[in-house]
Design a protein around this ligand. Structure first.
Ligand code: C2O
Ligand code: CU
Ligand code: CU
Length: 488
């Protein structure tokens, strides 16, 4: 109701008073501060069933499909994998060969990209390999990276924002044999919870993408879904609960915190666990980023996970939704809780050494371009020699936040504007919030999978920006080899 009133007022001002009045109205409008009744049990995506084939490979089936979902507004038309909204959680262990058979029953082309996964370019699911309506695709690779919270989502040329917004996304959990995995809460759906956060804008009972007024970054919804659940709560039966936070929105940046401001432990970032838990009272996630946190609970209490202001107090931040606040998820502790303790150390991350870098490159994100160029599937922006280390200076030269993401590798942050990175950027990352005007110095090893004919992407993960061409390509080659794109 309030939304309609405010919207109506805005429209009135726009018609009668012109643009100036509309701007005054927009400036005067307070940021969102959404509170919900936590009256639905959190949906936990099922673990995807798998079979082991004759070659010992773990085989999953994913079907992209249309359906109808109850997202709090009756029957809403949505898309999902093996269901009407989102997809099952895929899970595999380091060293395991996996196969995913993808079928597309949607009325348009799609792809499935394995965000954060180190794998051959041919099965990476980029825009060069659309799966036509009614078509199928098989991705096969061997998982070879530390335990982490990864995800999968479509990556078709120019329609990624829409497809993700309608519900195409899922989690991919990688396991390994590090003792930290057993020491942390690890019972999926019980004390180890996927928390896929998305904001939605509804028009009547359907999802709307028209509410982009004043936004340069795409849809900013006023309703939050966690794993497709509006107003979610979850019952917890142990003293520690691990939340695998994933920003699966198309544009919105979150700053997660607990309702009473209490600290929690950040234990992992995009590509794996941190060396040790880091106590903090908030964690910011731009689109595509993940954080694993562990929250301590007392018997019988209710603790709310919220998102608070994520950007500065200037007008631009307000236009990006960076001053908005939301209820996200309520944790309901049982009257008696199983004791649990947080390990003091987690893993030992080898540090990549910039002195070993074979190449240093610089990329500036500005407008919809990277180094003044838009995506061209026929152009190679970087030729990387297999098994070398590279340093990239990634700069946001714009007055809008962007989110840098690179396929194939996990990187380490060496410096943020010349300064040592904060603890939340001390571990493996594949997606990075780029604050206005700042330069991030990152380092990665491109260990395997030379393929001169097939490109990997790097891009802004604000999906509207990605669709509008804020993307580049790199090719990994053997030493002395020249790239020769199959799609040029
Ligand atoms: Cu999460 Cu290139 O994407
Ligand atoms: Cu990706
Ligand atoms: Cu961007």
């Amino acid at each position: 109701m309030r939304k309609w009133l405010v919207g109506g007022l805005g429209l009135l001002l726009l018609c009668c008073g012109g643009g100036v009045a509309a701007i005054v109205w927009f400036l005067a409008r307070p940021p969102l501060d959404e509170h919900v009744d936590f009256n639905r049990a959190l949906k936990v995506p099922p673990l995807a069933p798998s079979t082991v084939d004759a070659q010992g490979r773990r085989v999953f089936e994913l079907r992209a499909q249309a359906g109808e979902s109850d997202l709090g507004h009756g029957a809403t038309r949505t898309w999902g994998y093996n269901g009407a909204y989102l997809g099952p959680t895929l899970r595999a262990k380091r060293g395991e060969p996996v196969v995913v058979n993808v079928r597309n029953t949607l009325p348009e082309p799609t792809t499935v990209h394995w965000h954060g996964m180190h794998l051959p370019a041919k099965v990476d699911g980029g825009p060069h390999h659309p799966i036509p309506a009614g078509g199928a695709f098989q991705a096969a690779w061997t998982v070879d990276q530390p335990a982490a919270t990864l995800w999968y989502h479509p990556h078709p040329s120019e329609t990624t924002e829409k497809q993700v917004y309608r519900g195409l996304a899922g989690m991919f959990i990688v396991d390994d044999d590090e003792p930290a995995q057993a020491a942390l809460p690890h019972d999926y759906g019980v004390d180890d919870l996927p928390v896929m956060v998305q904001d939605k804008d509804f028009s009547g009972d359907q999802l709307s993408m028209s509410g982009r007024f004043g936004s340069d970054i795409g849809v900013l919804g006023d309703q939050i879904l966690v794993n497709g659940t509006p107003g979610p709560y979850v019952d917890v039966h142990s003293e520690l609960v691990r939340l695998r936070l994933l920003n699966a929105s198309t544009a919105r940046i979150y700053s997660f915190r607990l309702g009473d401001g209490r600290p929690f432990a950040l234990v992992g970032t995009d590509g794996g666990l941190l060396d040790r838990p880091y106590m903090t009272d908030h964690v910011r996630l731009s689109v595509g980023e993940r954080a694993e946190i562990v929250v301590a609970l007392k018997p019988g209490e209710r603790v709310t996970l919220r998102s608070g202001p994520s950007l500065g107090s200037d007008l631009g931040s307000k236009l990006q939704g960076g001053r908005d606040s939301f209820d996200i998820l309520q944790l309901r502790a049982a009257a008696s809780l199983t004791p649990a303790t947080l390990p003091e150390t987690l893993v030992d991350t080898p540090r990549l050494d910039p002195a070993q870098a074979a190449q240093t490159r610089s990329f500036t994100f500005q407008g919809r371009q990277i180094n003044d160029r838009k995506m061209d599937m026929g152009r190679v922006d970087a030729v990387v020699v297999k098994d070398t280390v590279e340093v990239w200076n990634v700069r946001n030269g714009h007055d809008t936040p962007h989110s840098f993401h690179i396929h194939d590798v996990q990187f380490q942050v060496l410096a943020v504007d010349g300064k040592a990175p904060p603890p939340e950027l001390s571990g493996w990352k594949d997606t990075l919030f780029l604050a206005e005007g700042e330069t991030y110095r990152i380092i990665a090893r491109f260990a395997d999978y030379a393929d001169p004919a097939t490109a990997y992407m790097f891009h802004c993960h604000v999906l509207k920006h990605e669709d509008e061409g804020m993307m580049g390509q790199f090719v990994v080659v053997e030493r002395g080899q020249q790239p020769q794109l199959a799609h040029a």
